[in-house]
Design a protein around this ligand. Structure first.
Ligand SMILES: Cc1cc2nc3c(=O)[nH]c(=O)nc-3n(C[C@H](O)[C@H](O)[C@H](O)COP(=O)(O)OP(=O)(O)OC[C@H]3O[C@@H](n4cnc5c(N)ncnc54)[C@H](O)[C@@H]3O)c2cc1C
Length: 393
């Protein structure tokens, strides 16, 4: 089988890249070793969040939000509806200590200095106006009112469906086992046989570093199992998404009344098996944090816990750009717990780069060469923002 572009990985980023490339006249093929949306893109918390992002990501995040708010233009009204995007309920970072509050003040000042006014400081009264059910532990916070949430699995499926309508082809249960350059083409060994393409895009999520190594490029290998849990249905008490500043907290109430709780508590990953385990003791810690902030949830029952495999980089910024060791090979991974919101724009920018060699927004900050073959990380992981991988909500 032969085509112009092969995309490895059927998560949201693979689907979005396929959609945008198909819009530009390419005939992309997406190869997915499981089923589309099986991993991070289908099992995440669905947070669509500009709040508390690294400054380098903000232009992309704002552009992504413009697409989220006009999904019908990209996907058509019916598919857009299936994404269940709940817009402009806001995401609120809640402070439980003087140092967290001081961090919020500094953060809003820093954002203003950069020319962004979408993050607003909240005092204790202001935070309770938005989230009346908060306990006294919360003394203020920060809000991004444009933020919301969506259904991650259905969103990923909607991007796939639109890409297929535009001519992209998807092969599930098809694992790429090797990649080699043959003349000006790439030859991929897969569990479905050999395939050839002019261009390859590596959207392999937690496994993407292994795909990079197939072409001799060493990129960060870190992957984490980020956990979530969900309660039984309870009476409506919450509109915005709430996330912790230093505490591992992220929660939202869905339209049907269940509460999805995350915040960066880790499970145990098994990359070879493609599975994860949640660890009861760690989930208890997460539940305790939720109890501290939301007494109303002491009545709730946890009905399910799960974890998703996510690629995490040392500076918690994604890797988006051309390979630094091979031509016509692109990397799009390492979203470090907050790549769902960026999905709609990253595929567009990468498609622009592949088509024209330039894109509407710069992706230079995310270049693979900041890590390639042992290069030192720009920022050590513990100092990168106030954000924890997976703290997205
Ligand atoms: C629990 C959890 C909560 C999160 N919450 C949020 C949130 O609220 N907001 C937010 O913005 N982000 C959130 N994220 C992050 C977000 O889900 C990810 O950043 C995003 O989905 C990554 O998409 P992806 O397409 O890069 O990866 P994935 O969805 O993991 O897709 C990669 C795909 O590549 C396939 N693949 C790998 N190797 C091969 C191969 N050799 N051959 C064929 N296929 C291969 C895999 O099977 C996989 O399906 C969360 C993540 C997790 C795990």
């Amino acid at each position: 089988m032969q085509t112009d572009v092969i995309i490895i990985g059927g998560g949201l980023h693979g689907c979005s890249t396929a959609l945008h490339l198909a819009q530009r006249g390419f005939k992309p093929i997406v190869l997915e070793k499981n089923i589309v949306g099986r991993h991070a893109s289908g099992v995440n918390a669905g947070g669509v969040r500009q709040l508390m992002r690294d400054a380098a990501e903000i232009p992309l995040s704002i552009a992504a939000m413009d697409i989220w708010e006009n999904l019908d233009k990209l996907l058509g009204p019916q598919l857009a509806e299936t994404c269940e995007f709940i817009r402009r309920v806001g995401q609120v970072g809640v402070a439980a200590s003087a140092s967290e509050l001081a961090w919020c003040e500094q953060r809003t000042a820093d954002m203003k200095a950069l020319g962004y006014d979408f993050e607003e400081m909240l005092d204790a009264k202001g935070v309770r106006q938005l989230v009346p059910s908060l306990s006294d532990i919360c003394i203020g916070g920060i809000v991004s009112r444009r933020d919301g949430h969506a259904n991650p699995f259905r969103t990923t499926q909607a991007f796939r469906a639109r890409a297929e309508q535009l001519g992209a082809r998807f092969y599930e249960q098809t694992c790429v086992t090797d990649v080699a350059a043959t003349g000006s083409k790439w030859q991929l060994d897969t569990t479905r046989g050999q395939m050839r393409a002019d261009i390859v895009v590596n959207c392999g999520g937690a496994w993407a570093w292994r795909i990079a190594e197939m072409i001799g490029e060493q990129l960060p290998r870190t992957h984490l199992a980020l956990t979530l849990m969900v309660t039984s249905r309870i009476q409506h008490f919450l509109d915005p998404v709430v996330i912790g500043i230093d505490r591992k907290l992220s929660l939202k109430q869905t339209q049907v009344g269940t509460v999805v709780i995350g915040g960066g508590v880790l499970g145990d990953p098994d990359l070879d098996a493609g599975t994860t385990l949640t660890v009861a003791d760690r989930m208890v810690e997460s539940a305790q944090t939720v109890w501290d902030f939301f007494p109303v949830l002491r009545q709730a029952t946890i009905v399910r816990t799960w974890a998703g495999l996510e690629a995490v980089t040392p500076d918690i910024l994604p890797i988006i750009g051309a390979s630094s060791v091979a031509k016509n090979f692109w990397h799009v991974f390492g979203f470090s717990g907050h790549g769902f919101q960026l999905g709609p724009i990253v595929g567009s920018l990468v498609s622009d780069m592949i088509t024209d060699g330039k894109s509407a927004l710069s992706i230079a900050a995310f270049s693979p060469d900041r890590f390639s073959n042992g290069a030192v990380a720009r920022v050590p992981i513990h100092a990168a923002q106030h954000e924890q991988p997976g703290a997205a909500g």
